[in-house]
Structure formats: C-alpha cells, structure tokens
Design a protein around this ligand. Structure first.
Ligand SMILES: [Zn+2]
Length: 243
C-alpha cells in the first residue's frame, strides 16, 4: 500500500478548498441574484399599480363630473321652462308658488355647480399627482431594466467562472488521495465550504474552540488527519504564522 504524506495532502486540500470557497460564494451569489431582481420587479410593479389606481380614480371622477354636468344642464332647462311658464299664470298665488319652485331648482343648481367646481379642483390635484407618478414609474422602469441587464450579465459571468473553477476543481481533486478526498468532501457538504481549518493560537479557526495540546501534537506528527473535537473539521497548522 502506498504511504500517504499527510503534510502534502493537506497542502493539496488547501488548494482544493480555495477553489471550493470561491465556488461556494459564486453559487450563493448566483442564487441571490434572481431574488434581487424579483424584489426590484415587485417594487416597480407596486408603483405601476398605484399609477393605475390613480388613473382609474381620475377616470371615475371625470365620469362623475360629466354626470353632474348633465344634471346641471337638466336643472338649467327646468329653470327656463318654469320661467317661461311664469307668463302664462293667472293668479298671484300660482305665480308665487312657481317662483318658490324656481328658487328651489336654482338652489339645486347652485349646489350642483359647487360640487362640479370641487370636482375640478380634485381633478387638478389628481392630474398633478398622476404626472408625478408617471415620471416616477418611468424612472423606476429605467432603473429596473438597467439593473436587470446588470444582473443578467453578472449571472453569465458567474456561470462562466463556476464552469472554469469546476474544471480546475476536477483537476485538483485527482491529485488528492482518494480516502482523504472522500473525508474532505463529506465534511465540506455540511460546513459551508470550510472543511479544512487552521489552528491559530491554539484555537480552531472553524469553531474558535480551544484545541488541546495533545491534539496539537498529533497534528504536528503528520501521520493522519486530525479533526476538531468540536466542529469535526480537519485541522492543520499553517507553515507561515497567521495574523
Ligand atoms: Zn472546530
């Protein structure tokens, strides 16, 4: 059986893990991007919805005003007819009764006129609001499309980087002893791309728990893989002092 040089294998694993760390963060970024896009889209859609509601409100108000204007025209017509009728009346009693009626219709008419004026004001306010909203929506649309392009091109970039790293990984993997590799691969799955960790100042850099002196000695002996008792990662002592 071929003897395995642990120190050399650790160095290979360090290289492999560098690739895995990059792959991990790229994959996470790739997963995040569509979510960012969705969020931007829903923000933009919300503003579009507000614009739509305001447009509908404005249309409804216009219809209501047209209706009131129709009612006003009827009242004006009524007044004319009643006034014409005044000349046909014989008695003072009939005359004053009709005058009262005319005044009543005139009151209705001026109420309608007030309502219509208010509606004009309301419509002016709405129109200004709509113009502002239209500008906002247009800006948002521009921003959204710009962001979308950026995100899509970043995703393409990420995909290319991932493909490149995966082929590098396949090469780096072949270098590692099969048994050690399978241990490494098993650990890395559950540990967010950190299967191999340094021991710095007697503590594991994966879980920051103290590594007992006996374990440190075992690592230094370099004859088998040593695992952190707390987080189960592979421990190693870097050649260079780490700051
Ligand atoms: Zn640990």
């Amino acid at each position: 059986m071929q003897t395995v040089n642990i120190a050399t294998e650790i160095k290979k694993l360090v290289k492999l893990q560098e690739i895995d760390t990059q792959l991990y963060s790229l994959n996470r970024e790739k997963e995040e991007k569509p979510k960012i896009l969705e969020r931007l889209q829903s923000e933009f859609e919300q503003k579009k919805q507000i614009l739509k509601e305001n447009e509908e409100k404005s249309k409804a108000l216009l219809l209501k005003r047209k209706d009131k204007e129709g009612q006003l025209a009827v009242k004006e017509e009524d007044i004319k007819k009643l006034q014409a009728k005044l000349y046909t009346l014989k008695t003072n009693k009939e005359y004053s009764a009709l005058l009262t009626e005319i005044n009543g219709v005139k009151m209705d008419k001026s109420l309608l006129e007030e309502e219509i004026l208010k509606m004009f004001d309301e419509q002016d306010g709405l129109r200004q609001e709509l113009e502002k909203l239209q500008i906002v929506v247009k800006e948002e649309e521009g921003k959204f499309n710009e962001e979308k392009q950026k995100i899509l091109s970043r995703v393409k970039e990420i995909e290319a980087q991932i493909a490149d790293l995966e082929s590098k990984r396949a090469v780096a993997e072949k270098e590692v002893d099969a048994r050690i590799l399978s241990q490494y691969n098993r650990i890395i799955k559950g540990k967010e791309s950190l299967a191999l960790v340094k021991v710095v100042n007697d503590s594991c850099q994966g879980c920051y728990m103290n590594v007992p002196p006996q374990v440190i000695n075992e690592i230094k002996m370099n004859d088998k893989l040593i695992f952190c008792e707390m987080c189960a990662r592979i421990l190693y002592i870097p050649d260079e002092p780490t700051t």
